[in-house]
Design a protein. Structure first.
Length: 208
């Protein structure tokens, strides 16, 4: 009598994918400065060096007349810095976050009125922010629907994100750029979770 036994052996090989990487803004070739356009009755612009203390540091609370990166209103103070997409401070970040405290909104409406964020390059070229990745909008005069204005390429439009009521609250918007967009960079032994299943059929014959 001949018995045939089939043995099915399945191997699932799981490869781990390399994480998507975003290019730190500081590492962009030729980047010389960052300009932030803000509206308070008129359009103002504030330019900071790539390695300036303003861009590298997130200021502590509360923001004030003596603790801010820029201000165009006696009761509105801004802080700008490199960050991750969610607005977390990161000196090697690929994004820029702008925060503001605006404790006393007047009849003119809410605060954090940013028109554009622009990268300036040594050859004379510029690049505007093209995406909003996170924001905080609340309080009197908050119009969250305006947040896209900071990345629309139009210096005549601006955000209006509201007002703050405590020393720790901050309005905020985080923007990204095409030059530093996240890309997948597989390594030499990239392990992708493949549906690679090897089936080994071992057939044994035993004659009894």
């Amino acid at each position: 009598m001949i018995k045939i036994r089939n043995i099915l052996v399945s191997f699932s090989i799981l490869f781990v994918s390399s994480a998507a990487n975003a290019i730190p803004l500081q590492s962009l070739a030729g980047l010389s400065s960052i300009t932030i356009y803000e509206t308070t009755t008129h359009i103002f612009n504030h330019t900071f060096g790539v390695t300036s203390s303003q861009m590298l540091t997130r200021l502590g609370n509360p923001l004030s007349a003596i603790n801010n990166d820029f201000s165009n209103h006696s009761l509105e103070w801004y802080d700008a810095f490199y960050s991750n997409a969610d607005g977390t401070h990161n000196t090697q970040g690929a994004y820029i976050t702008i925060e503001a405290q605006f404790p006393s909104p007047g009849p003119g409406g809410g605060g954090l009125n940013v028109n554009e964020v622009v990268l300036n390059f040594s050859g004379g070229g510029t690049e505007n922010a093209n995406v909003v990745t996170s924001f905080n909008s609340f309080g009197f005069g908050a119009f969250p629907s305006t947040v896209g204005a900071v990345a629309d390429g139009n210096v005549n439009t601006f955000t209006t994100l509201g007002s703050t009521s405590t020393a720790s609250e901050r309005l905020s918007v985080t923007v990204g750029f095409a030059s530093t967009a996240e890309v997948s960079e597989p390594g030499p032994f990239v392990i992708l979770t493949l549906g690679l299943v090897m089936t080994l059929m071992v057939r044994r014959q035993r004659v009894l």
